[in-house]
Write a protein that binds this ligand. Structure first.
Ligand code: NAP
Length: 306
């Protein structure tokens, strides 16, 4: 059987590197599209906006995964907002043009989106499912909607398309978890604000497994929530971190202090204060089994010596 080929656009970041490692171990040839200088035959340089020689990598590929997007961990200045939006919509559009130009297009295209597309969901309101979830408002939601709309607008009749509404992915080597663990060790392991906001999350292993699952399921198409089935309130998550790390100090983190901290660190409090309560209904209905369904098992695993 010929080697399966997977193309990951924006594959140099946290999720891309984890996926590339995971699929290479499964025997796939993984080609990464990135903006940096060429780094070997399995790397194609692109600018995320215009067609170029990189597009040949999609010809006959089994799957395309697009993760390109400027990090949202920044101040929402006009320039940053523009880049956050354009890096997602333009990369999606140009990939659509590249797929349309293929003689044999990729069998399946997974395009990143975000679980932040749903409205702030406080208290005991039901978690957002794909079918009944409430779409929110504000800048991050507008980005998510424009991203999914750009994806939906790409004509790709021979390619199965899946939008990944991914929650906060917890891993060892990137993303939010190492930062939160480091801060907790230094005394910032108390709840953020009142700690009642929900946190939807996903262990990195289950992220990779869910991507593999969606690639393999011929009837999986449309939007999928990629999150563990048990969201937790922020205070529960922070208590778990503190329980495992046992810091000698736990300073309070009221909202006003977080606002000052976010300004100094050039980021936004929305990343930790928005109440994200999402449920992976479609993944579960298709039979996906989580290796880390509870936050306890995920946090314990990520903090254990690897
Ligand atoms: N990590 C999470 O918890 C999480 C949760 C939900 C959704 N997501 C989404 O999943 C995607 C990947 O997340 P990640 O954590 O791996 O992010 P990341 O580490 O910041 O990686 C994002 C990648 O996007 C590329 N990129 C940045 N600006 C770009 C631009 N202007 N044009 C084209 N490419 C650009 C970068 O590639 P080069 O610099 O090599 O070109 C980078 O490797 C992002 O779109 C993110 O919004 C992530």
């Amino acid at each position: 059987m010929p080697q399966q080929q997977l193309v990951i656009a924006g594959g140099n970041g946290f999720l891309g590197q984890e996926l590339a490692r995971y699929f290479r171990q499964l025997g796939y040839r993984v080609v990464v599209l990135g903006r940096g200088a060429s780094a070997g035959p399995d790397y194609q340089r692109w600018d995320g906006r215009t067609l170029g020689p990189w597009a040949a990598a999609l010809e006959g590929a089994d799957a395309l995964i697009n993760l390109a997007g400027r990090t949202v961990d920044c101040r929402y200045t006009a320039a940053n907002k523009h880049e956050i939006m354009a890096s997602r919509t333009e990369s999606t559009r140009v990939l659509g043009a590249a797929v349309a130009a293929c003689t044999v297009p990729p069998r399946v295209w997974l395009n990143s989106s975000t679980a932040t597309i749903y409205a702030d969901t406080p208290g005991d309101q039901p978690a957002n499912t794909e079918a009944a979830g409430i779409i929110g408002e504000g800048f991050s939601v507008e980005v998510a909607q424009a991203w999914e709309a750009a994806f939906a607008a790409c004509p790709a009749p021979a390619t199965r398309k899946v939008a990944l509404r991914t929650a906060i992915v917890l891993g060892r080597d990137g993303g939010a978890f190492p930062v939160m663990a480091r801060l907790a060790r230094r005394g910032l392991g108390s709840p953020h604000g009142n700690g009642r906001q929900w946190m939807s999350w996903l262990h990195i292993t289950d992220f990779c497994r869910a991507v593999e699952f969606l690639l393999m399921k011929p009837d999986a198409a449309g939007a999928f929530n990629l999150c563990a089935p048990q969201p937790v309130p922020n205070h529960t998550f922070m208590a778990l971190l503190s329980h495992e790390l046992r810091p000698w100090l736990r300073l309070p983190q009221p909202q006003w202090l977080l606002e000052i901290g976010a300004f100094v660190l050039r980021t936004e409090t929305e990343l930790i204060l928005k109440s994200r309560k999402v449920y992976p209904q479609r993944l579960l209905e298709l039979g996906f089994a989580f290796e880390f369904p509870t936050c306890e098992t995920a946090v314990r695993d990520l903090l254990s010596p690897s």
